[in-house]
Ligand binder design. Sequence first.
Ligand SMILES: Nc1ncnc2c1ncn2[C@@H]1O[C@H](COP(=O)(O)OP(=O)(O)OP(=O)(O)O)[C@@H](O)[C@H]1O
Ligand SMILES: [Mg+2]
Length: 361
Amino acid sequence: MTESYDSASNGPRPENRFDDLLPNARQNTGVSTALDKNVPVAIDVQGIEKKYGEIEAVKGISFQVERGEVFAFLGPNGAGKTTTIRMLCTLARPTGGSAKVDGFDVMQQPTAVRRRIGLVFQEPTLDQQLTAEENLQFHAVLYRVPRDQVEERIESVLRLVDLQDRRKDLVSTFSGGMARRLEIARGMLHTPAVLFLDEPTIGLDPQTRALMWKDVLRLRNEEGVTIFLTTHYMDEAEYADRIAIIDHGTIVALDTPDHLKKMVGSDTVELTTSNNTLASSNLETQGFSVKVGDENVVVFADNGESQVTSIIEAAGVPIQNVRVHRPNLDDVFLHFTGRQIREGPAERSFPMHFRNFGHRR
Ligand SMILES: Nc1ncnc2c1ncn2[C@@H]1O[C@H](COP(=O)(O)OP(=O)(O)OP(=O)(O)O)[C@@H](O)[C@H]1O
Ligand SMILES: [Mg+2]
């Protein structure tokens, strides 16, 4: 494989959720980078590192991905996401550590690894002048899909991404989202055990990103493939079973979305009142954990939404405004790295409880 690589752009946030697909998701409760020893491991990374001269792109990271898991690498530009994928896909040689994919060592057994993986690059790599079908047929030859299985696989992967109707159309007539979904279909054509998706939703509109996630979850649910994907987007990382937050070549946190959010803190209920000092003291008397800000009172409360009525009653003064904020992955990233995901160099953050009150999820 010699496709070109790299660079990134930003896109909008998805609006749709697909809870209908989520019940099939595994419930993962691990809190460390290693899985329980009885869990079947699809990707096993031990202290892998990559140096480009002086640049330490990946600084000796370790993690494991369970078979059938959707595992997300979440991090800003230059964090080391693509470099990690390149090493796991045998396109870049680690300068330290080791990794196994589907049981095969990426350095000792690269050919076996390549046979077991599918890869969707960060940059589009379809041939625009070929039809969807021709792109898939070409890939089937490259990956030596047995001839008598090609037709069945093409039908199957086009169905997985809902592109059966566009089979005979030139890729040059496809929208960006359709082309991206066709790339995912192509990555699945040779029935890989592990599918790597480098920024699969980048630059796509919210509706298309939602469709893409449906595809990803369907691949896992119907084909049982393990999926390793990278993203900049906090909101969509929440659909993954587990998330590793990577920053400056290091994993700064790794857990389920729920656990990561819980580590960051409880919900907050922000009250703007006619007398914040009195409200605060009333709330404290009633046993609430409270902080008085410049213009408001912040109450820390699990399940903040369900406690709003009792908080308002306990405040005992006229209320002008109420906002509930539930920690999301933006807060998680800020909590673990001290900066917003899209900011440049690290800068001192506000405590998370004093940001983003208007941004409720
Ligand atoms: N071939 C290379 N030669 C030199 N430095 C490189 C090379 N590839 C990556 N790097 C450097 O390694 C670091 C990590 O890059 P990488 O592409 O892995 O980041 P990323 O997390 O994928 O970022 P993005 O979100 O922008 O895709 C960056 O500092 C980058 O400049
Ligand atoms: Mg990248």
